[in-house]
Design a protein around this ligand. Structure first.
Ligand code: GKE
Length: 339
């Protein structure tokens, strides 16, 4: 990518999209178009120097409009969330297929130079994730296909659509499989939050209220790896610039149980809580980790920010929000170049 290129970020009102827009601008890319279907005052971050548009990209005409004159697309837009959301909103998750279909068609129509699609570890075969001491997932473990119901099927289908748009129409695509991304300026309440932000919120609630107990979904022995947002941004840009067109993991390989995640947040908060396990809550797979052999070959790098460090920064940000010192730049909405 050249600094004079026009770069489109879809899902720019969300957690990763908001960070990506401000990261691109800070790296000297001056022509960034930021699009999301959310009301602009509800975006998690607004960058005044981006062209900021509220559009619903399920609509084909909207996709055609926003891709006109664009060189590179980062297609992050999706209706999604943590386990609490995707297990109970499968149809809505699958309707993101409209975004991905129309965005690819529009990219073709306007001759976009490169199109990056953000897929997910939810594409991996569930039968390979039935134990907490899971073998880290390699890219080929997506097949034979048995992904997460709803959300994962849509992601896998859209991955394949990218493949075939490249093969049949010559659109260069990049497909990154994110593994549970966390960090400041993300969702921490309301139902779409993932475990790191949810646990930070619950620990802070306990600390602020003095009721020293916490509800954990499942038995706490399920495992995951969590990727800090700075690693996600670094890997996403590097993969866009790489020559690698196959789906690739972008995730941490620091495997922890949810109980260990809670231990870390308790240490940051300086408290110990009584744990209550809600066994009938949404749990997802039993264990999931990222095998980073391929990304190390392709980029000579893999995510390496320690969970303890990323969590400390995430906890501090959520604490500020909950304690009332909102650093959310909502007031910038008025100065964004919205149209
Ligand atoms: N969200 C949440 N909230 N999860 C909790 C909580 C809580 O209060 N307490 C324990 N957990 C447990 C969940 O039951 C699950 O077993 C684990 O933490 C991780 O939940 P998660 O962070 O919501 O999401 P997952 O890792 O299961 O799945 C996510 O994977 C990503 C890709 O790796 C998906 O929700 C996708 O958003 C995403 O593709």
């Amino acid at each position: 990518m050249k600094s004079s290129d026009v770069i489109l970020v879809t899902g720019a009102g969300g957690f990763i999209g908001g960070h990506l827009v401000s990261h691109l601008l800070s790296r000297g890319f001056t022509r960034v178009v930021a699009v999301d279907c959310k009301e602009i005052q509800d975006w998690y971050q607004i960058s005044p120097n981006a062209r900021t548009l509220q559009r619903d990209l399920r609509d084909r005409d909207a996709c055609l409009e926003v891709t006109e004159g664009v060189d590179h697309v980062f297609n992050l837009a999706a209706d999604m969330g943590g386990m609490g959301f995707i297990e109970t909103h499968k149809a809505e998750c699958m309707l993101s297929v409209l975004i991905n279909t129309h965005m690819l068609m529009a990219a073709r129509e306007h001759g976009v130079k490169r199109f990056l699609y953000t897929s997910s570890a939810c594409v991996y075969n569930g039968e390979k994730q039935v134990r907490p001491d899971v073998t880290a997932l390699r890219e080929e473990d997506a097949y034979p296909a048995m992904p997460e119901d709803g959300y994962g099927w849509e992601k896998l289908f859209s991955e394949r659509m990218c493949r075939h748009f490249t093969e049949d129409f010559g659109i260069p695509t990049r497909v990154v499989r994110y593994h549970n991304v966390y960090g400041p300026n993300g969702t921490y309440d309301g139902g779409r939050e993932k475990a790191p932000a949810a646990i930070c919120r619950k620990v802070i609630e306990a600390k602020l209220s003095g009721r020293h107990e916490i509800e954990i979904w499942g038995d706490g022995e399920q495992t995951r790896s969590f990727m800090y947002i700075d690693d996600c941004l670094k890997g996403t840009l590097a993969l866009m610039d790489s020559d690698f067109g196959e789906p690739i993991n972008l995730g941490s390989d620091q495997l922890v149980t949810i109980n260990q995640l809670v231990d870390m947040v308790e240490d940051i908060a300086g408290i110990k809580l009584e744990r209550r396990y809600k066994l009938d809550a949404p749990k997802g797979v039993r264990g999931r980790n990222s095998d980073n052999t391929l990304i190390k070959q392709v980029l000579g790098w893999a995510p390496d920010i320690r969970l303890e460090d990323g969590l400390a920064r995430t906890y501090a940000w959520i604490y500020d929000q909950m304690a009332g010192e909102r650093t959310f730049p909502r007031e910038l909405a008025a100065t964004g170049t919205a149209d």
